[in-house]
Design a protein around this ligand. Structure first.
Ligand code: NIG
Ligand code: FE
Length: 419
């Protein structure tokens, strides 16, 4: 690491999102901790000082000559974005299914006919670890180019122990070798393998007795996620899998109420999940229970758009007191994008979140959804120096000029990695 400090000066707006590590709710989601003519001093991979340019000029008067100066005049500076829900490690691609869906087939029809998740599982099983690493590293490069410095990544394209471990080992290697931080989730319960059709309970037993202990034993995952959906895993099966994961120290997450209402939001609150994902069809009762339990809603408006579904009720969830995060859901079927800026735009356009709420949902609340809030998610002294300089003058413009990548420079752990 380059030891020369980096000093960002004169940012038209610095959105610090400072003020504690609890997930933001209600009005808290609108508080960006804005500093005009903002300045940040980074050194040894960490943020050392944050304030106005005048304040830092006084504080660093004697060391000014040591630093590399970045002039952020007319620019917005924010924390690095965080994507708390991806399936970034996978083999192959599914562009033919995209075409089939446009011709009328549904997502679940394709999956039930052995395509969808099963198709990616075949391609992931066939890929070597090196091939998986290379494909996934290219996706992480693209995340970085869109201002994303931390991502969560799930397994679940194996549904057999060997391939699940392969995906998670690749995730571990990516975390070590790629600038982006990758936080791993085990998702063996992503689909019932085709050869277990009609024997779903046996597969749940296999997950609980063999896969979870092996994954946790190798320390390859932090979270345990389940696709709780009609025709995939029932709420009862999901609960068993998530409770078993907890016994191995894995924190629950749930793909909940994505395609049909199924009590997934309620289950997330009941099992103490850190977050519930998708929630397009979540019930009012489920939303209330999540608010009471403090479960983070991880909303994926790009997936809703891509499946041509109505987006989740983000506005209503925030108004009900649920902490909301947003994510790409980057995966080869329902959302093959790496653009968190687009996701923030869609949070505003399809879920009526405000520009400020969308930014908090993609930074601090996203960090909280993957338990990384002590290290990343805001621009504060002592946190990792993960920052983005955007070619826009304020946070409203970032959401208003939609569908464009406004990233100008990105720093990861104090090193410039884009621009
Ligand atoms: O979050 N819904 C289930 N899993 C993914 C899609 C996976 C795939 O289609 O490959 C999702 O949308
Ligand atoms: Fe997903």
């Amino acid at each position: 690491m380059d030891n020369k400090p980096i000093w960002i000066k004169h940012a038209a707006q610095l959105a610090t999102i400072a003020g504690g590590t609890a997930p933001r709710i209600r009005e808290g989601m609108s508080d960006l901790g804005l500093i005009e003519d903002g300045s940040v001093w980074m050194e040894d991979g960490k943020i050392r000082a944050v304030g106005t340019t005048a304040e830092l000029e006084e504080r660093y008067a004697e060391r000014a000559g040591e630093a590399e100066i970045v002039d952020a005049s007319g620019r917005l500076v924010t924390p690095g974005l965080i994507d708390p829900h991806t399936h970034v490690v996978y083999g192959g691609s599914r562009e033919k299914e995209f075409e089939m869906r446009l011709e009328g087939a549904t997502y679940m029809e394709i999956m039930n006919a052995g395509g969808g998740i099963h198709a990616t599982a075949r391609m992931t099983r066939e890929a070597t670890e090196e091939e998986l690493f290379e494909q996934s590293a290219r996706r992480l490069d693209s995340f970085l180019a869109h201002g994303v410095t931390t991502v969560e990544g799930k397994s679940g394209y194996g549904m057999d122990l060997e391939t699940e471990l392969k995906q998670l080992r690749v995730a571990k290697e990516l975390n070590e070798r790629h600038p982006v931080d990758l936080v791993p989730t085990f998702m063996g319960a992503h689909a019932v393998p085709l050869d277990y059709k009609g024997r779903e309970e046996e597969f749940v037993d296999l997950l609980i007795k063999e896969m979870l202990p092996a994954v946790a034993g190798e320390g390859l995952a932090v979270f345990n996620d389940v696709f709780c959906e009609v025709g995939v895993f029932t709420p009862g099966q999901s609960k068993r899998i998530l409770e078993a994961g907890k016994e191995h120290g894995l924190v629950p997450k749930i793909h909940a109420d994505e395609i049909e209402p199924y009590g997934g939001a309620e289950l997330a609150a009941e099992v103490g999940a850190i977050s519930a994902e998708h929630l397009l069809k979540a019930s009012d009762e489920g939303i209330e229970k999540m608010a009471a339990a403090g479960t983070i809603a991880c909303l994926l408006p790009a997936t809703a758009l891509y499946l041509r579904e109505e987006a989740a009720r983000g506005r209503a969830m925030i108004d009900a007191g649920v902490p909301v995060a947003v994510s790409t859901d980057c995966n080869p079927g329902s959302s093959p994008t790496t653009s968190m800026p687009l996701v923030m735009n869609l949070a505003c356009i399809s879920m009526r979140m405000t520009p400020a709420e969308a930014l908090v949902a993609a930074t601090l609340n996203a960090a909280c959804a993957i338990d990384m809030q002590d290290k990343v998610g805001s621009v504060e002294e002592g946190k990792q120096a993960d920052l983005v300089m955007w070619d826009v003058k304020n946070y409203q413009e970032l959401q208003y000029l939609f569908g464009v990548n406004h990233v100008e420079k990105v720093w990861k752990k104090g090193e410039q990695v884009v621009g």
